[in-house]
Write a protein that binds this ligand. Sequence first.
Ligand code: SF4
Length: 143
Amino acid sequence: MPAQEKPDGTAGARSLCPSSRCKPGAELIGVRQDDGTVAILPQPLPVDQDFVDIVSQNALKPEQRFRFSNKCVEGGCSQWTGSRCGVVDQALTMLESVVAGLPECSIRPSCRWFQQSGKDACAVCPYIITHATEKDLIMPLSP
Ligand code: SF4
């Protein structure tokens, strides 16, 4: 297994955050569905200023409707614990494994969450909303 895919939390030079902000240079990797889950795109789409301007006109923040990836900034992010990303660790304590099989995902070799937790991260990934309200977090747990 290549070093970047090793699920031990070690930093890869090109580790990507799969729950980043909507800004030029990011990539669109997921679209939220009506049931509240996020459909991970098999191929990412580049985000430019035009895209940001258009999706920012909606009442919901882009990070409530889409998922974006960008370079993992490690200690530059409030979610960094000092050695790993705390977002997926928290999700794994809150959510049961809810997805059978791995969603097709183009950033997997560089995904920070996959590097840390392997396929367990992918099993909860579609239930993670970057800009989440309490309602967002509760909804996926409802029957
Ligand atoms: S956790 Fe898995 S499905 Fe989600 S972005 Fe990373 S590699 Fe893709």
